[in-house]
Design a protein around this ligand. Sequence first.
Ligand code: NDP
Length: 454
Amino acid sequence: MSGQDGVITLVVTGASGDLFERLLLPGLAGLLAVRPEHRIRLVGTGRSELSDEEWREQVGAAFDEESRTREAESFLLENTEWVQADPSEADQLREVLGRAEGRLVLYLALPPAVSIKVCQALRELDLPEDFKIVAEKPFGTDAESAAQLNEELHTLVGEEDIHRVDHFLALPATLDLLGLRLANRLFAQVWSGVHVESVDIVYDETLGLEGRAGFYDGTGALVDMVQSHLLQVLAMVAMEPPARVDAVDLRDQMAHALRATSVWDDDPVASSRRGRYTAGSVDGRELPSYVEEEDVDPSLETETYAEITCRVDTERWAGVPFRLRSGKALAENRNEVRLTLRPTAHRTPGLEGTGGPETLLIDLKTGHLTLQLATNGTGEPFELERSTLTGAVGETRMKPYGEVLNAAFEDDARLSVRGDVAVRCWEIIAPVREAWAAGEVPMQDYAAGSDGPS
Ligand code: NDP
Protein backbone atom coordinates (compact mmCIF):
# COMPACT_ATOMS: atom_id res chain seq x y z
CA MET A 1 0.00 0.00 0.00
CA SER A 2 1.29 3.46 -0.82
CA GLY A 3 2.31 5.79 2.00
CA GLN A 4 2.04 9.04 0.02
CA ASP A 5 1.22 12.33 1.73
CA GLY A 6 -2.23 13.73 1.13
CA VAL A 7 -3.82 10.32 0.76
CA ILE A 8 -7.44 10.11 1.78
CA THR A 9 -8.98 6.76 2.59
CA LEU A 10 -12.63 6.63 1.65
CA VAL A 11 -14.29 3.79 3.54
CA VAL A 12 -17.74 3.10 2.14
CA THR A 13 -20.01 1.05 4.37
CA GLY A 14 -22.86 -0.52 2.41
CA ALA A 15 -20.72 -0.56 -0.74
CA SER A 16 -22.58 -3.64 -1.98
CA GLY A 17 -25.66 -1.44 -2.40
CA ASP A 18 -27.36 0.41 -5.20
CA LEU A 19 -26.16 3.88 -4.21
CA PHE A 20 -22.50 2.93 -4.42
CA GLU A 21 -22.74 1.25 -7.78
CA ARG A 22 -25.11 3.67 -9.48
CA LEU A 23 -24.13 7.04 -8.06
CA LEU A 24 -21.08 7.06 -5.79
CA LEU A 25 -18.65 5.15 -7.97
CA PRO A 26 -19.45 7.08 -11.18
CA GLY A 27 -19.30 10.26 -9.07
CA LEU A 28 -15.83 9.32 -7.85
CA ALA A 29 -14.65 8.52 -11.37
CA GLY A 30 -15.93 11.88 -12.62
CA LEU A 31 -14.29 13.69 -9.72
CA LEU A 32 -10.86 12.22 -10.35
CA ALA A 33 -11.04 13.23 -14.00
CA VAL A 34 -11.54 16.85 -12.94
CA ARG A 35 -9.44 16.92 -9.76
CA PRO A 36 -6.44 14.70 -10.55
CA GLU A 37 -4.59 15.89 -7.43
CA HIS A 38 -6.73 13.65 -5.20
CA ARG A 39 -5.06 10.45 -4.01
CA ILE A 40 -7.92 8.25 -2.89
CA ARG A 41 -7.68 4.85 -1.32
CA LEU A 42 -11.06 3.17 -1.54
CA VAL A 43 -12.17 0.55 0.96
CA GLY A 44 -15.57 -1.00 0.37
CA THR A 45 -17.19 -2.90 3.18
CA GLY A 46 -20.37 -4.81 3.95
CA ARG A 47 -21.58 -8.20 5.04
CA SER A 48 -21.69 -9.45 1.45
CA GLU A 49 -19.16 -12.00 0.41
CA LEU A 50 -17.16 -10.51 -2.45
CA SER A 51 -13.84 -11.74 -3.76
CA ASP A 52 -11.07 -9.24 -4.28
CA GLU A 53 -11.39 -9.93 -7.99
CA GLU A 54 -15.14 -9.20 -8.04
CA TRP A 55 -14.63 -5.98 -6.15
CA ARG A 56 -11.82 -4.77 -8.39
CA GLU A 57 -13.85 -5.65 -11.43
CA GLN A 58 -16.79 -3.62 -10.14
CA VAL A 59 -14.65 -0.61 -9.29
CA GLY A 60 -12.66 -0.89 -12.53
CA ALA A 61 -15.83 -0.88 -14.60
CA ALA A 62 -16.40 2.77 -13.69
CA PHE A 63 -13.19 3.81 -15.47
CA ASP A 64 -12.54 3.70 -19.18
CA GLU A 65 -9.24 2.60 -20.65
CA GLU A 66 -7.83 6.05 -21.06
CA SER A 67 -8.66 7.15 -17.53
CA ARG A 68 -7.04 4.04 -16.06
CA THR A 69 -3.67 5.22 -17.31
CA ARG A 70 -3.94 8.55 -15.48
CA GLU A 71 -2.22 8.97 -12.12
CA ALA A 72 -5.20 9.64 -9.84
CA GLU A 73 -7.26 6.83 -11.30
CA SER A 74 -4.47 4.26 -11.36
CA PHE A 75 -3.65 5.17 -7.74
CA LEU A 76 -7.24 4.43 -6.76
CA LEU A 77 -7.36 1.19 -8.74
CA GLU A 78 -4.14 -0.02 -7.12
CA ASN A 79 -5.34 1.05 -3.69
CA THR A 80 -8.76 -0.45 -3.35
CA GLU A 81 -10.05 -3.45 -1.53
CA TRP A 82 -13.22 -5.07 -0.25
CA VAL A 83 -13.36 -6.00 3.43
CA GLN A 84 -16.20 -8.28 4.39
CA ALA A 85 -17.57 -7.02 7.70
CA ASP A 86 -20.73 -6.00 9.47
CA PRO A 87 -20.05 -2.32 10.15
CA SER A 88 -22.50 -2.26 13.04
CA GLU A 89 -20.18 -4.63 14.97
CA ALA A 90 -17.42 -2.64 16.70
CA ASP A 91 -14.71 -5.32 16.37
CA GLN A 92 -15.36 -5.78 12.69
CA LEU A 93 -15.50 -2.04 12.09
CA ARG A 94 -12.16 -1.59 13.90
CA GLU A 95 -10.61 -4.07 11.50
CA VAL A 96 -12.01 -2.15 8.50
CA LEU A 97 -10.89 1.28 9.70
CA GLY A 98 -7.49 -0.20 10.50
CA ARG A 99 -6.94 -0.49 6.74
CA ALA A 100 -7.05 3.28 6.35
CA GLU A 101 -4.08 5.42 5.45
CA GLY A 102 -3.89 9.20 5.59
CA ARG A 103 -7.08 11.09 6.27
CA LEU A 104 -10.15 8.95 6.89
CA VAL A 105 -13.55 9.71 5.36
CA LEU A 106 -16.21 7.22 6.40
CA TYR A 107 -19.23 7.11 4.10
CA LEU A 108 -22.42 5.67 5.59
CA ALA A 109 -24.21 4.39 2.47
CA LEU A 110 -26.65 2.46 4.60
CA PRO A 111 -30.32 2.43 5.55
CA PRO A 112 -30.84 5.07 8.30
CA ALA A 113 -31.46 2.56 11.11
CA VAL A 114 -28.16 0.83 10.32
CA SER A 115 -26.28 4.14 10.25
CA ILE A 116 -27.29 4.74 13.87
CA LYS A 117 -25.93 1.31 14.83
CA VAL A 118 -22.65 2.05 13.06
CA CYS A 119 -22.35 5.31 15.03
CA GLN A 120 -22.89 3.36 18.24
CA ALA A 121 -20.18 0.89 17.21
CA LEU A 122 -17.83 3.79 16.39
CA ARG A 123 -18.13 5.03 19.96
CA GLU A 124 -16.24 1.95 21.10
CA LEU A 125 -13.28 2.70 18.83
CA ASP A 126 -10.33 5.07 19.08
CA LEU A 127 -10.98 7.34 16.16
CA PRO A 128 -8.26 9.30 14.37
CA GLU A 129 -8.22 13.07 14.92
CA ASP A 130 -8.75 13.96 11.30
CA PHE A 131 -11.90 11.99 10.72
CA LYS A 132 -14.94 12.87 8.65
CA ILE A 133 -18.30 11.11 8.48
CA VAL A 134 -20.47 11.33 5.41
CA ALA A 135 -24.10 10.42 6.12
CA GLU A 136 -26.63 9.68 3.41
CA LYS A 137 -30.17 10.95 3.40
CA PRO A 138 -32.76 10.34 4.64
CA PHE A 139 -31.37 11.52 7.98
CA GLY A 140 -33.51 9.40 10.24
CA THR A 141 -37.15 8.67 9.61
CA ASP A 142 -38.72 11.58 11.49
CA ALA A 143 -37.64 14.62 13.53
CA GLU A 144 -36.96 12.54 16.62
CA SER A 145 -34.76 9.96 14.92
CA ALA A 146 -32.93 12.68 12.97
CA ALA A 147 -32.18 14.41 16.29
CA GLN A 148 -31.03 11.08 17.70
CA LEU A 149 -28.75 10.51 14.71
CA ASN A 150 -27.33 14.02 15.22
CA GLU A 151 -26.67 13.22 18.87
CA GLU A 152 -24.93 9.98 17.95
CA LEU A 153 -22.82 11.74 15.35
CA HIS A 154 -21.91 14.55 17.74
CA THR A 155 -20.54 12.08 20.28
CA LEU A 156 -18.01 11.12 17.59
CA VAL A 157 -17.08 14.32 15.76
CA GLY A 158 -17.97 18.00 15.64
CA GLU A 159 -20.65 19.31 13.28
CA GLU A 160 -17.87 20.59 10.97
CA ASP A 161 -16.73 17.00 10.39
CA ILE A 162 -20.16 15.66 9.50
CA HIS A 163 -21.15 15.83 5.88
CA ARG A 164 -24.87 15.14 5.43
CA VAL A 165 -25.44 14.46 1.78
CA ASP A 166 -28.24 15.92 -0.23
CA HIS A 167 -26.99 15.77 -3.78
CA PHE A 168 -29.68 18.26 -4.84
CA LEU A 169 -27.49 20.91 -3.21
CA ALA A 170 -24.88 20.04 -5.83
CA LEU A 171 -27.26 20.19 -8.78
CA PRO A 172 -26.33 22.90 -11.27
CA ALA A 173 -29.70 24.60 -10.84
CA THR A 174 -29.44 24.80 -7.07
CA LEU A 175 -26.01 26.36 -7.39
CA ASP A 176 -27.26 28.61 -10.20
CA LEU A 177 -29.84 30.04 -7.85
CA LEU A 178 -27.04 31.63 -5.87
CA GLY A 179 -25.46 33.47 -8.77
CA LEU A 180 -28.75 34.28 -10.39
CA ARG A 181 -30.34 35.98 -7.44
CA LEU A 182 -27.27 37.34 -5.67
CA ALA A 183 -25.20 38.64 -8.57
CA ASN A 184 -27.78 40.04 -11.01
CA ARG A 185 -29.46 43.38 -10.41
CA LEU A 186 -32.44 42.31 -12.53
CA PHE A 187 -33.24 39.27 -10.42
CA ALA A 188 -32.04 40.66 -7.08
CA GLN A 189 -34.76 43.32 -7.41
CA VAL A 190 -37.68 41.02 -8.16
CA TRP A 191 -36.75 38.27 -5.70
CA SER A 192 -39.56 38.77 -3.20
CA GLY A 193 -43.31 38.56 -2.74
CA VAL A 194 -43.62 42.14 -3.95
CA HIS A 195 -43.00 40.84 -7.47
CA VAL A 196 -43.30 37.05 -7.23
CA GLU A 197 -46.80 35.64 -7.05
CA SER A 198 -45.95 31.96 -6.53
CA VAL A 199 -43.07 29.51 -6.57
CA ASP A 200 -43.29 25.95 -7.89
CA ILE A 201 -40.59 23.39 -7.22
CA VAL A 202 -41.33 20.32 -9.30
CA TYR A 203 -39.62 16.98 -9.69
CA ASP A 204 -41.72 14.79 -11.98
CA GLU A 205 -40.28 11.55 -13.31
CA THR A 206 -41.38 9.20 -16.07
CA LEU A 207 -39.71 6.33 -14.22
CA GLY A 208 -41.85 4.05 -12.11
CA LEU A 209 -40.60 1.92 -9.24
CA GLU A 210 -37.84 0.25 -11.30
CA GLY A 211 -37.61 -2.72 -8.95
CA ARG A 212 -36.71 -0.59 -5.93
CA ALA A 213 -39.61 -1.58 -3.67
CA GLY A 214 -37.15 -2.47 -0.88
CA PHE A 215 -36.19 1.17 -0.57
CA TYR A 216 -39.26 3.01 -1.83
CA ASP A 217 -42.25 1.10 -0.51
CA GLY A 218 -43.13 2.55 2.87
CA THR A 219 -41.03 5.66 2.12
CA GLY A 220 -42.96 7.32 -0.70
CA ALA A 221 -42.68 10.57 -2.61
CA LEU A 222 -43.25 12.91 0.34
CA VAL A 223 -40.28 11.62 2.33
CA ASP A 224 -38.08 10.56 -0.57
CA MET A 225 -38.34 13.79 -2.55
CA VAL A 226 -40.20 16.61 -0.81
CA GLN A 227 -38.85 16.27 2.72
CA SER A 228 -35.25 16.04 1.69
CA HIS A 229 -34.49 17.43 -1.73
CA LEU A 230 -37.25 19.89 -2.54
CA LEU A 231 -37.11 21.64 0.83
CA GLN A 232 -33.38 22.23 0.30
CA VAL A 233 -34.20 23.86 -3.03
CA LEU A 234 -36.91 25.92 -1.33
CA ALA A 235 -34.32 27.12 1.18
CA MET A 236 -32.03 28.27 -1.65
CA VAL A 237 -34.90 30.18 -3.27
CA ALA A 238 -36.33 31.68 -0.09
CA MET A 239 -33.29 32.48 2.05
CA GLU A 240 -32.07 36.02 2.70
CA PRO A 241 -28.78 36.82 0.97
CA PRO A 242 -25.98 35.46 3.18
CA ALA A 243 -23.20 37.81 4.30
CA ARG A 244 -20.76 35.44 2.58
CA VAL A 245 -21.25 32.29 0.58
CA ASP A 246 -19.45 30.20 3.16
CA ALA A 247 -20.53 27.22 5.22
CA VAL A 248 -21.56 29.35 8.20
CA ASP A 249 -23.52 32.17 6.59
CA LEU A 250 -25.03 30.22 3.73
CA ARG A 251 -26.30 27.46 6.00
CA ASP A 252 -27.48 29.98 8.61
CA GLN A 253 -29.68 31.62 6.01
CA MET A 254 -30.99 28.31 4.69
CA ALA A 255 -31.82 27.23 8.24
CA HIS A 256 -33.55 30.56 8.89
CA ALA A 257 -35.69 30.18 5.77
CA LEU A 258 -36.72 26.67 6.77
CA ARG A 259 -37.53 27.73 10.33
CA ALA A 260 -39.96 30.21 8.77
CA THR A 261 -41.47 27.53 6.52
CA SER A 262 -44.63 25.63 7.33
CA VAL A 263 -47.66 24.10 5.68
CA TRP A 264 -49.92 26.75 4.10
CA ASP A 265 -52.59 28.02 6.51
CA ASP A 266 -51.47 25.30 8.96
CA ASP A 267 -53.95 23.15 7.09
CA PRO A 268 -52.27 19.96 5.85
CA VAL A 269 -55.55 18.59 4.50
CA ALA A 270 -56.28 21.51 2.18
CA SER A 271 -52.59 22.04 1.37
CA SER A 272 -51.53 18.58 0.29
CA ARG A 273 -52.37 15.90 -2.26
CA ARG A 274 -51.18 12.35 -2.62
CA GLY A 275 -51.57 9.85 -5.41
CA ARG A 276 -50.50 6.44 -6.62
CA TYR A 277 -50.07 5.29 -10.20
CA THR A 278 -52.25 2.64 -11.79
CA ALA A 279 -51.38 0.62 -14.89
CA GLY A 280 -50.53 2.64 -17.95
CA SER A 281 -47.96 3.37 -20.58
CA VAL A 282 -45.03 5.77 -20.24
CA ASP A 283 -42.76 6.47 -23.21
CA GLY A 284 -44.10 3.34 -24.89
CA ARG A 285 -43.35 1.16 -21.84
CA GLU A 286 -46.23 -0.59 -20.11
CA LEU A 287 -46.18 -0.18 -16.33
CA PRO A 288 -48.27 -2.23 -13.93
CA SER A 289 -50.17 -0.55 -11.12
CA TYR A 290 -47.85 0.48 -8.30
CA VAL A 291 -49.57 -1.99 -5.98
CA GLU A 292 -48.83 -4.79 -8.45
CA GLU A 293 -45.14 -3.97 -8.74
CA GLU A 294 -42.86 -6.67 -7.36
CA ASP A 295 -42.47 -6.70 -3.54
CA VAL A 296 -44.91 -3.84 -2.96
CA ASP A 297 -47.07 -4.17 0.14
CA PRO A 298 -50.37 -2.36 -0.66
CA SER A 299 -51.23 -2.13 3.04
CA LEU A 300 -48.38 0.41 3.45
CA GLU A 301 -50.41 2.88 1.35
CA THR A 302 -47.25 4.31 -0.20
CA GLU A 303 -47.83 7.35 -2.39
CA THR A 304 -45.94 7.77 -5.66
CA TYR A 305 -47.08 11.38 -6.02
CA ALA A 306 -46.90 14.06 -3.33
CA GLU A 307 -47.74 17.73 -3.44
CA ILE A 308 -47.65 20.24 -0.60
CA THR A 309 -48.06 23.99 -0.46
CA CYS A 310 -45.93 25.86 2.06
CA ARG A 311 -45.63 29.40 3.23
CA VAL A 312 -42.44 31.14 4.25
CA ASP A 313 -43.19 33.59 7.03
CA THR A 314 -40.65 36.30 6.35
CA GLU A 315 -41.09 39.89 5.24
CA ARG A 316 -39.75 38.85 1.83
CA TRP A 317 -42.18 36.00 1.16
CA ALA A 318 -45.31 36.66 3.24
CA GLY A 319 -48.38 35.49 1.32
CA VAL A 320 -46.48 33.68 -1.47
CA PRO A 321 -47.36 30.01 -1.93
CA PHE A 322 -44.44 27.64 -2.47
CA ARG A 323 -45.84 24.52 -4.16
CA LEU A 324 -43.59 21.47 -3.90
CA ARG A 325 -44.45 18.45 -6.01
CA SER A 326 -42.92 15.18 -7.07
CA GLY A 327 -44.32 12.10 -8.76
CA LYS A 328 -43.32 8.89 -10.48
CA ALA A 329 -44.58 7.36 -13.75
CA LEU A 330 -45.76 10.71 -15.05
CA ALA A 331 -46.09 11.78 -18.66
CA GLU A 332 -42.86 13.76 -18.77
CA ASN A 333 -39.72 14.49 -16.83
CA ARG A 334 -40.21 17.97 -15.41
CA ASN A 335 -37.60 19.04 -12.94
CA GLU A 336 -37.81 22.74 -12.36
CA VAL A 337 -38.06 25.77 -10.16
CA ARG A 338 -40.66 28.15 -11.52
CA LEU A 339 -41.14 31.70 -10.26
CA THR A 340 -44.37 33.25 -11.55
CA LEU A 341 -44.32 37.04 -11.37
CA ARG A 342 -47.27 39.25 -10.54
CA PRO A 343 -48.88 41.22 -13.37
CA THR A 344 -47.68 44.80 -13.79
CA ALA A 345 -49.49 47.23 -11.49
CA HIS A 346 -50.81 49.22 -14.43
CA ARG A 347 -52.16 47.96 -17.77
CA THR A 348 -51.33 50.50 -20.45
CA PRO A 349 -54.45 51.05 -22.57
CA GLY A 350 -53.89 50.29 -26.22
CA LEU A 351 -51.89 47.13 -25.63
CA GLU A 352 -54.12 44.14 -26.32
CA GLY A 353 -53.90 40.74 -24.61
CA THR A 354 -51.65 39.82 -21.73
CA GLY A 355 -48.88 37.63 -23.09
CA GLY A 356 -49.42 35.36 -20.11
CA PRO A 357 -47.65 35.62 -16.76
CA GLU A 358 -43.95 36.41 -16.66
CA THR A 359 -42.15 33.35 -15.44
CA LEU A 360 -38.59 32.43 -14.67
CA LEU A 361 -37.93 28.75 -15.00
CA ILE A 362 -34.76 26.98 -13.91
CA ASP A 363 -34.29 23.38 -15.03
CA LEU A 364 -33.14 21.53 -11.94
CA LYS A 365 -31.11 18.94 -13.81
CA THR A 366 -29.33 21.12 -16.31
CA GLY A 367 -29.52 24.59 -14.79
CA HIS A 368 -30.92 25.94 -18.08
CA LEU A 369 -32.91 29.12 -17.70
CA THR A 370 -36.12 30.04 -19.45
CA LEU A 371 -37.68 33.45 -19.13
CA GLN A 372 -41.19 33.90 -20.44
CA LEU A 373 -42.17 37.49 -21.05
CA ALA A 374 -44.94 39.53 -22.64
CA THR A 375 -43.64 41.32 -25.75
CA ASN A 376 -45.01 42.86 -28.91
CA GLY A 377 -44.23 39.89 -31.05
CA THR A 378 -44.39 39.12 -34.71
CA GLY A 379 -48.19 39.26 -35.14
CA GLU A 380 -50.55 42.20 -34.62
CA PRO A 381 -48.29 45.15 -33.76
CA PHE A 382 -50.10 46.19 -30.57
CA GLU A 383 -51.07 42.77 -29.37
CA LEU A 384 -48.95 41.18 -26.67
CA GLU A 385 -47.43 37.78 -27.25
CA ARG A 386 -45.54 35.42 -25.04
CA SER A 387 -41.83 35.37 -25.84
CA THR A 388 -39.45 32.81 -24.52
CA LEU A 389 -35.80 33.51 -23.85
CA THR A 390 -33.70 30.48 -23.08
CA GLY A 391 -30.17 30.26 -21.84
CA ALA A 392 -28.33 26.99 -21.93
CA VAL A 393 -25.76 26.63 -19.22
CA GLY A 394 -22.65 24.68 -20.32
CA GLU A 395 -21.84 21.10 -19.38
CA THR A 396 -21.29 20.74 -15.65
CA ARG A 397 -17.78 19.79 -14.61
CA MET A 398 -18.95 16.64 -12.85
CA LYS A 399 -22.00 14.80 -11.60
CA PRO A 400 -23.61 15.91 -8.30
CA TYR A 401 -22.14 12.94 -6.40
CA GLY A 402 -18.68 13.94 -7.63
CA GLU A 403 -19.26 17.41 -6.14
CA VAL A 404 -20.52 15.86 -2.92
CA LEU A 405 -17.40 13.70 -2.56
CA ASN A 406 -15.13 16.58 -3.51
CA ALA A 407 -16.74 18.74 -0.82
CA ALA A 408 -16.21 15.97 1.77
CA PHE A 409 -12.56 15.51 0.74
CA GLU A 410 -11.93 19.27 0.79
CA ASP A 411 -13.74 20.00 4.06
CA ASP A 412 -16.21 22.25 2.30
CA ALA A 413 -19.46 22.12 4.25
CA ARG A 414 -21.39 24.47 1.97
CA LEU A 415 -23.00 21.53 0.20
CA SER A 416 -23.73 19.66 3.43
CA VAL A 417 -27.09 19.71 5.23
CA ARG A 418 -26.62 21.08 8.76
CA GLY A 419 -27.95 18.95 11.62
CA ASP A 420 -30.69 21.37 12.72
CA VAL A 421 -31.88 21.67 9.12
CA ALA A 422 -32.14 17.89 8.80
CA VAL A 423 -34.46 17.89 11.82
CA ARG A 424 -36.41 20.92 10.63
CA CYS A 425 -37.27 19.33 7.26
CA TRP A 426 -38.99 16.47 9.09
CA GLU A 427 -40.87 18.95 11.30
CA ILE A 428 -42.22 20.81 8.27
CA ILE A 429 -43.82 17.71 6.75
CA ALA A 430 -44.94 16.16 10.06
CA PRO A 431 -48.51 17.62 9.96
CA VAL A 432 -48.92 16.31 6.41
CA ARG A 433 -47.75 12.83 7.37
CA GLU A 434 -50.14 12.83 10.31
CA ALA A 435 -53.09 13.89 8.16
CA TRP A 436 -52.23 11.25 5.56
CA ALA A 437 -51.80 8.53 8.19
CA ALA A 438 -55.21 9.45 9.62
CA GLY A 439 -56.74 9.07 6.15
CA GLU A 440 -57.78 12.74 6.04
CA VAL A 441 -56.33 13.21 2.55
CA PRO A 442 -57.57 10.69 -0.01
CA MET A 443 -55.11 8.67 -2.07
CA GLN A 444 -55.89 9.63 -5.67
CA ASP A 445 -55.25 7.16 -8.46
CA TYR A 446 -53.59 8.39 -11.64
CA ALA A 447 -52.75 6.35 -14.71
CA ALA A 448 -49.05 5.82 -15.40
CA GLY A 449 -48.14 8.14 -18.25
CA SER A 450 -50.71 10.78 -17.26
CA ASP A 451 -50.12 14.21 -15.72
CA GLY A 452 -50.85 12.90 -12.23
CA PRO A 453 -53.98 13.12 -10.08
CA SER A 454 -56.61 15.33 -11.67
P1 NDP B 1 -29.37 -0.55 0.05
O1 NDP B 1 -30.68 -0.90 0.60
O2 NDP B 1 -28.92 -1.11 -1.25
O3 NDP B 1 -28.33 -0.87 1.21
C1 NDP B 1 -26.93 -0.63 1.11
C2 NDP B 1 -26.19 -1.73 1.84
O4 NDP B 1 -26.43 -1.61 3.21
C3 NDP B 1 -26.62 -3.12 1.46
O5 NDP B 1 -25.98 -3.54 0.28
C4 NDP B 1 -26.21 -3.91 2.68
O6 NDP B 1 -24.87 -4.35 2.52
C5 NDP B 1 -26.22 -2.88 3.80
N1 NDP B 1 -27.30 -3.19 4.72
C6 NDP B 1 -28.61 -3.23 4.43
N2 NDP B 1 -29.32 -3.59 5.51
C7 NDP B 1 -28.42 -3.78 6.51
C8 NDP B 1 -28.51 -4.16 7.87
N3 NDP B 1 -29.69 -4.41 8.42
N4 NDP B 1 -27.39 -4.24 8.61
C9 NDP B 1 -26.18 -3.98 8.05
N5 NDP B 1 -26.03 -3.64 6.75
C10 NDP B 1 -27.13 -3.52 6.00
O7 NDP B 1 -29.29 1.02 0.02
P2 NDP B 1 -28.81 2.00 -1.12
O8 NDP B 1 -27.44 1.61 -1.55
O9 NDP B 1 -29.85 2.15 -2.15
O10 NDP B 1 -28.76 3.38 -0.33
C11 NDP B 1 -27.89 3.61 0.74
C12 NDP B 1 -28.28 4.89 1.42
O11 NDP B 1 -28.26 5.94 0.47
C13 NDP B 1 -29.70 4.89 1.99
O12 NDP B 1 -29.72 5.66 3.16
C14 NDP B 1 -30.51 5.56 0.89
O13 NDP B 1 -31.63 6.19 1.42
C15 NDP B 1 -29.52 6.57 0.38
N6 NDP B 1 -29.76 6.97 -1.00
C16 NDP B 1 -29.86 6.03 -1.98
C17 NDP B 1 -30.07 6.41 -3.28
C18 NDP B 1 -30.15 5.42 -4.36
O14 NDP B 1 -30.48 5.81 -5.49
N7 NDP B 1 -29.89 4.14 -4.11
C19 NDP B 1 -30.22 7.83 -3.64
C20 NDP B 1 -30.02 8.73 -2.55
C21 NDP B 1 -29.83 8.29 -1.29
P3 NDP B 1 -24.40 -5.82 3.04
O15 NDP B 1 -25.56 -6.73 2.88
O16 NDP B 1 -23.27 -6.12 2.13
O17 NDP B 1 -24.00 -5.58 4.45
